[in-house]
Design a protein around this ligand. Structure first.
Ligand SMILES: Cc1ncc(C[n+]2csc(CCOP(=O)(O)OP(=O)(O)O)c2C)c(N)n1
Ligand SMILES: [Mg+2]
Length: 328
C-alpha cells in the first residue's frame, strides 16, 4: 500500500512507518536528555524539541541524501531526521570520545557532514547565511543539491535572516528557509515580537513565495516542503515556509515557564500532538494498525535506551587531546 501525500510525494507503507518510528526516536531522544540533565549526568546546556517532531522529520523526509540542512540550538530532531546515529549523538551529550565531536562540543555543535547536516548552531540565525552560502556553492559548481535551513521565529528578527534571504532571492539560490514557529523565543511570545500575523508574509518583501503550514501535521509539512524543494532544484529560487508548532518543554534547562499558561501547554499536548496526529491518519487510512504503531514506539524506546548505554559505556576523552580539533 502507498499514500499519496501530494502530486510530488507518494510514500510506501514501509516508508511511512519508518517516518513514524523516526518521530518516536526524536521524542524519546529528547525525553532521555531531559531526564539525564535533571540527574546532573549531562552538563552544559541543551534545548529540547519535544512537540516539534513533525517539522524535523517531515521536512527532511522529502530531501535526498545529497541535500544539506543547517540546524539550530534546538537541533536534535533535525540531526536524527537527516540520518545521524542516536548513539553517537547521546555520547556527545555525555561528553564521551565516541560522540560526533569526540565529546568536546555538546548539543549545539553536532554536525554530520557525511549525511548533509552542516551543523547545529548556538548563534540564533547563524545557520541562515551558512545555508545561503552552501546553496551558492551548489549553484556555482552545478552540484545539484538543495539546502534546507531550519531556524526559529526569534531568528527571523535577526539581520542575518533578512540579508541571507535577500541574496538567496536575487541569485535564485536552491535553498528552503524553514521557520519553526514554536510560538516563543526564550520567554518572548511571537505575538509580542513580530508585528505581523505570519512570518511567512515576510517573503513578499523579498519577492519569493511564502507559505504557512500546520507544523504538527507531518503530511502537510512534507507537501509544502516537497514543492519548495522542487522549485529550488529547478532553479526557481528559495521559498519561505513557516511551520506553526509548539515546544512542549521550557526554553532550556532552567525555565519556570512563567510566560505561558499550563492550559495552553495542555491544549497543544492533548489536541495537537504531532505523533498522535500521524498515528490517527495512518490508522484512518488503513496503512497500519494501532498494534503495529505501538511496536514501532517500543522499538524506538529501546533504541534510545541502547544509545544511552553506548554513551555511558564509552570512555571520556583523553585529557592529552584537549588542544586537538580546536581552532585558534
Ligand atoms: C545571536 C544570538 N542572540 C541571542 C542568543 C540567546 N538565545 C538563545 S536561543 C534564543 C531564542 C531563539 O528563539 P527562536 O529562534 O524562536 O528558537 P527556539 O528557541 O524557539 O527554538 C536566544 C535569544 C543567541 N544564542 N544568539
Ligand atoms: Mg521559537
Amino acid at each position: 500500500m502507498a499514500m499519496k501525500v501530494s502530486d510530488g510525494v507518494q510514500l510506501s507503507t514501509e516508508r511511512l512507518l519508518e517516518l513514524y518510528h523516526q518521530m518516536w526516536l526524536v521524542r524519546y531522544f529528547d525525553e532521555k536528555v531531559d531526564e539525564f540533565f535533571a540527574k546532573g549526568l549531562i552538563h552544559g546546556t541543551t534545548h529540547l524539541c519535544v512537540g516539534q517532531e513533525a517539522t524535523a522529520v517531515g521536512a527532511c523526509a522529502v530531501l535526498e541524501e545529497r541535500d544539506k540542512i543547517t540546524s539550530t540550538h534546538r537541533g536534535h530532531g533535525h540531526c536524527i531526521a537527516k540520518g545521524a546515529q542516536a548513539d553517537r549523538m547521546m555520547a556527545e551529550l555525555f561528553g564521551r570520545e565516541t560522540g560526533y565531536c569526540k565529546g568536546k562540543g555538546g548539543s549545539m555543535h553536532i554536525a554530520d557532514v557525511e549525511k548533509g547536516n552542516l551543523g547545529a548552531n548556538g548563534i540564533v540565525g547563524g545557520g541562515i547565511p551558512i545555508a545561503a552560502g552552501a546553496a551558492l556553492t551548489s549553484k556555482m559548481k552545478n552540484l545539484g543539491y538543495v539546502v534546507l535551513c531550519f531556524f526559529g521565529d526569534g531568528a527571523s528578527n535577526e539581520g542575518s535572516f533578512h540579508e541571507a534571504i535577500n541574496l538567496a532571492a536575487i541569485w535564485k539560490l536552491p535553498v528552503i528557509f524553514f521557520c519553526e514557529n514554536n510560538q516563543y523565543g526564550m520567554s518572548g511570545p511571537v505575538k509580542e515580537m513580530v508585528a505581523i500575523e505570519n512570518i511567512a508574509d515576510r517573503s513578499k518583501a523579498y519577492g519569493i513565495p511564502g507559505v504557512v503550514v500546520d507544523g504538527n501535521d507531518i503530511f502537510e509539512v512534507m507537501k509544502v516542503t516537497e514543492e519548495a524543494v522542487r522549485r529550488a532544484r529547478q532553479g526557481e529560487g528559495p521559498t519561505l515556509i513557516e511551520a506553526k508548532t509548539y515546544r512542549w518543554k521550557g526554553h532550556s534547562k532552567s525555565d519556570a515557564k512563567k510566560y505561558r499558561t499550563r492550559e495552553e501547554e495542555q491544549q497543544w499536548r492533548e489536541e495537537k500532538d504531532p505523533i498522535e496526529k500521524m498515528a490517527a491518519r495512518l490508522i484512518g487510512d488503513q496503512i497500519a494498525s494501532r498494534e503495529q504503531l505501538e511496536a514501532l514506539r517500543i522499538k524506538a524506546y529501546e533504541e534510545i535506551e541502547a544509545a544511552v548505554q553506548f554513551a555511558e559505556a564509552s570512555p571520556m576523552p583523553n585529557p592529552d587531546t584537549i588542544t586537538e580539533d580546536v581552532f585558534a
